[in-house]
Structure formats: C-alpha cells, structure tokens
Design a protein around this ligand. Structure first.
Ligand SMILES: *Cc1c(COP(=O)(O)O)cnc(C)c1O
Length: 391
C-alpha cells in the first residue's frame, strides 16, 4: 500500500499527537538510571509534574499504561472484601469496576445511561445510607473517554463532606489531565490516576498516582497484595532521585519537555483552549444536525466529543471511509456503543487550524458515506473559532 501523502490526523482521544519537541527530547541517549545526571532529572521532574495535578504532594510514576495506574490506586489503599462506590458512566468506569471486583473488592455500582457523568446526588444518597461506613473508597472517572461526559468531582467531594463520610476519593484523570481543569488538593482527592498518552502529549508508557496524606496512611494498613505497584519503595527511592526498578528513561525526558510546553502556554490557557475547541466541535455537530452523546450541558467534555450516528448508519464504516480517503483516525464507539457512536478527539497538541481540518474531514466523510447532514457544521465551528458565533 502506498504511503498516504501529508500528515496523518490522529484524532482519537488518546494516544494523541506527540509534538516534535517531545519526540526530539525523547531521542536523547538513554543514561544510567542510577547515576547523578539521572537523579537531577528525577528530582526536578517530581516537582515539575505537581502543578498539572493541582497538588503539592507526591506523584508516583510507573512504567505502565493507565490500567496499571488504576490497579496501583486500588491495591495500595484497600483490603479484600472492602466496599467501593463507583458510577456507571461508560466503558472505562465499567472496566475499572471489573478490575476492582477481580481484585476481591465489592463494588456498589450506581447504574448510568452512558450519557451523563457520575451523579453527585446519587453519591450523596449512597453515602448517607452507609451509616456504618462500610464504603472505603469512591471511584470516579473524571473524563469518561467512551462518552465525552466529564464528572463534577468537586460536587462528589461535597457529597462525601456533607455525609461526614471517611471514604477515600479515587479519580481517573487519564483523558483529562493536562486538558481539563483539575485540582487534586483543593477537591480533596486521595489518589489521582493518570497516564502519559492523552492530554500530556506523550507516547503510551507512563502511569501516575498522585497521592494524598490520607492515602499514604491507608497504604500502611491496606490488605490487598501488591509488589510491583507498592508505592512505598518507589517513594523511598524517589527521595534521592531514583526509582526502585528501571524507569522509562526516555519517556521521562519527554515528560519534562511536555510539562515545559504546558507551563509555557500556561495551564489556564491550555484549559481555555480545550473548552473553545470542544465548543466549536459541538457547534459543528449541531450544524450537521447530529446528536451529541453527552446530555448534560455542565458535563460536555473539553477533550473529546462523542457523536451519535443516525439510525441505519454504521459509525465504524464512516471511520473506515475517513481513514481511507482523508488519512484521519477517529475514535470508535466502545463497549455497547460500538457502531452507533464515533468520537472526535480534540485534546493535547492541537490548534484552531488542526480542528478546522479535523471537522472538515468528518463533514466530507459524512457526506460521502451518505449520512444525511447539513453542510453548515464546519461553518458554525469556524464562527466559534473566530469569535463570530452568535454575532
Ligand atoms: C485510555 C483510558 C484508560 C485506559 O488506559 P490504558 O493506558 O489504555 O491502560 C482508562 N481510563 C480512561 C478514562 C481512559 O481514557
């Protein structure tokens, strides 16, 4: 097959486009991870990574996918048979629940329709009913990547506080960190789970746990078996700038560069850019006359938009056509949404013209696939980008 000409548009909600600066930083020689040069890098990095989590506490870094970081959060804080409250926001929340059950936890899974974030009122009701404090942790996926709905973590925190409930709060920020405003300390989150390949603009391969003092105390008595995922030897080695096993050295070079880029743009500006791109994308979807999967105006994801295909049209066929004709990858419908939804990633290393190109590719694809759409979608998005919407 001939190589398509021009740049591939990787518009899935992770892995995302890796900036050239980051790729260049990663191409430096791998050094001795027990030597002084590496210790200096680690000590700097362990501080530099904190602002994006909104924390002043420790962040544990693993060579792992996000799934590994999920496991780390559970096995360091909980014991076999512990009860966990979780919310069926979509595919990723369902997978995290399955992991928790396979580790021997009992999950109280609040049902959901995969079109909303975690419901703070349902959280309040479950916590109020739990008068003997059997629930040891509340698990929330901040940005449900399968649906494009963002949960209101501050309101979940308030539900815990109002109930006077001591459960830990564990939050998956895998597809929100570095794209969506997030405040580990201010929101009283105990473990923030994340990884490298989405908003942080890196290739896959780094997992993160930002950890509160309360979570560190829980780790002292947690009874789930852990070895590789145990925070304590990592944190112990980190104090001198090292890791207890071999770290992903070149990904750490990339992380240093990506954090510099986020800092130079400014995190408030990064978050505002994502909000603007999400708003423009929704304007396009409405302009096409299609339906946005997320139903709550307060919960539209800044990082991605999931679009419902009209009856009788297959989202996977559309994605295939767009890949073949326009060299652009879009996100598939996951789990029960397979074939009925496609997802547009607008996170990470991205700008207005790249969004305009992405939405043009989607519009052309919809037209060529014979999906009945209005061709005013892209024009509506451009009006948002130029600030002329509603004028
Ligand atoms: C991508 C993703 C995961 C899974 O991460 P992996 O790196 O594939 O293990 C989990 N949760 C959310 C919200 C995600 O977007």
């Amino acid at each position: 097959m001939a190589q398509p000409i021009g740049r591939h548009f990787l518009q899935i909600p992770g892995p995302t486009n890796v900036p050239e600066q980051v790729l260049r930083a990663m191409s430096a020689p791998t050094i001795d991870h027990r030597g002084p040069e590496f210790a200096a890098l680690t000590l700097d990095l362990l501080e530099a990574v904190k602002p994006v989590f909104g924390t002043t506490g420790p962040v544990v870094i693993y060579p792992s996918s996000g799934t590994g970081a999920w496991e780390a959060a559970l096995v360091n804080t909980l014991s076999p048979g512990d009860r966990v409250l979780a919310f069926e926001t979509g595919h990723f929340a369902t997978l995290w629940r399955e992991m928790a059950e396979s580790l021997g936890l009992e999950v109280e899974f609040v049902p959901g329709d995969w079109r909303h974030g975690a419901d703070p009122e349902a959280a309040a009701a479950h916590l109020a009913a739990d008068t003997d404090h059997a629930i040891k942790a509340v698990c929330v996926v901040h940005n449900e990547t399968s649906t494009g709905a963002t949960s209101r973590i501050a309101e979940i925190r308030r539900a815990l506080d109002d109930a006077g409930h001591p459960a830990l709060l564990l939050v998956d920020t895998i597809s929100s960190l570095g794209s969506v405003d997030y405040r580990h300390d201010e929101w009283g989150v105990d473990v923030t789970v994340s990884c490298s390949q989405k908003g942080l603009m890196l290739p896959p391969g780094l997992g993160f746990n930002a950890v509160s003092d309360k979570a560190l105390r829980a780790a002292e008595s947690a009874g789930l078996r852990r070895s590789y995922w145990d925070w304590r030897p990592v944190l112990e080695a980190n104090r001198r700038g090292f890791f207890h096993s071999t770290p992903a050295t070149n990904l750490l070079y990339g992380l240093r560069e990506a954090l510099t880029m986020l800092d130079e743009e400014g995190l408030p500006q990064v978050y505002a850019r994502h909000l603007r791109h999400a708003e423009a994308t929704r304007a396009a979807v409405r302009g096409w006359g299609l339906e946005i999967l997320c139903l709550d105006e307060r919960e539209h994801s800044p990082a991605l938009t999931a679009v419902v295909m009209p009856e009788g049209h297959d989202a996977d066929k559309l994605r295939e056509l767009i890949l073949e004709k326009f060299n652009m990858s879009l996100g598939a419908g996951l789990g029960k949404l397979k074939g009925t939804v496609f997802r547009i990633g607008h996170l990470g290393h991205f700008n207005d013209v790249a969004l305009a190109g992405t939405l043009s590719g989607v519009q052309m694809g919809l037209e060529l696939a014979g999906v009945p759409v209005d061709d005013s979608g892209v024009a509506a998005a451009l009006r948002v980008l130029t600030g002329k919407a509603g004028a």
